[in-house]
Design a protein around this ligand. Sequence first.
Ligand code: GLY
Length: 355
Amino acid sequence: MQVIDLKLTHTNYNIYLQQGILGKIADMLPDVFSGSKIAIITDSNVSELYLSELSCQLAQKYLVVEIVVPAGEESKRLEVAADIYNKLSAARISRSDLIVALGGGVVGDLAGFVAATYMRGIPFVQIPTSLLAQVDSSIGGKVAVDIPSGKNLVGAFYQPKAVYIDPNVLNTLTDRFYYDGLAEVIKYACIKDAALFEILKQLGSREQIQSQIQEIVLRCLNTKKHYVQLDEFDTGERMFLNYGHTIGHAVEKYFDFTSYTHGECVAMGMAHITKQSEALGLTDSGVSQKLQQLLIQYRLPYHLPESGEEFISALLRAVAVDKKNLNKKLNLVLIKDIGESFLHRIDSSDMHKFI
Ligand code: GLY
């Protein structure tokens, strides 16, 4: 088992990575939890696959409450959180109890948000079941819900007590969502891990990737740990994790979060901004081509879906209201070479040069 320890300002916790760890959660929880009641929050897809297994296992030791929300981003809403608060309250869950978030990014963000706010905060642990959640969203304590004016606009930094990552559960993902997570893996390779980029280049099929997945996830976790420890509250270095996300988020928003997955939009964002920064002489020549080749190899989109004036204006408007746009300044994450990233501060009015 790999154990990655995260040391933060007010708390430390471990991320445990092992194939089959899902079957050992009841044995591992006593390290971080000494209470008697657990609420498992999951979604309608994941519940079909893993809820009864986990629930039966935990029921040997604890009183277990199951809360299942509909699968999909639509569940990341205050109304759904309110419904969960009522269920927790009806089950008399208190601050000495535990929330287990079992699912992908939506479940992790929503259950974490509920944990941060119910009774002014109760402990929670993450069991991420998508690749995107395993390498990114379950780590570092960003929890949130969406409101009509934007994604993740209401939330907190609220760290879990532990994260348990079982790469075996990735086998039940559809190809589309497996490769969606690989976009974030490619992000880590581009910003800080040229060796990971080389490993990814050697792999072709999903089977080959899955045979190396523990090493791949571990490398991503170490990079995430590096940035989160440096900048837990996202005011500086943690911004490097947003490579590809400024344009990616704008594309996601333009299509109302329906046509493309998050990873697909990040892939387009990374490819586009790198092509533009190479044209502006900020990125070494040939780097955007290397990135494009890897994105193609990983079945990810590598250019914007439209190029018309109306589309570009919509992207610029979306970037202008992005929460990372502070006082009309934007910190763009660019790469000089694969594995070598830097922040490039621009006036928001200059964003058109990068779109
Ligand atoms: N997903 C980016 C971050 O955790 O900061």
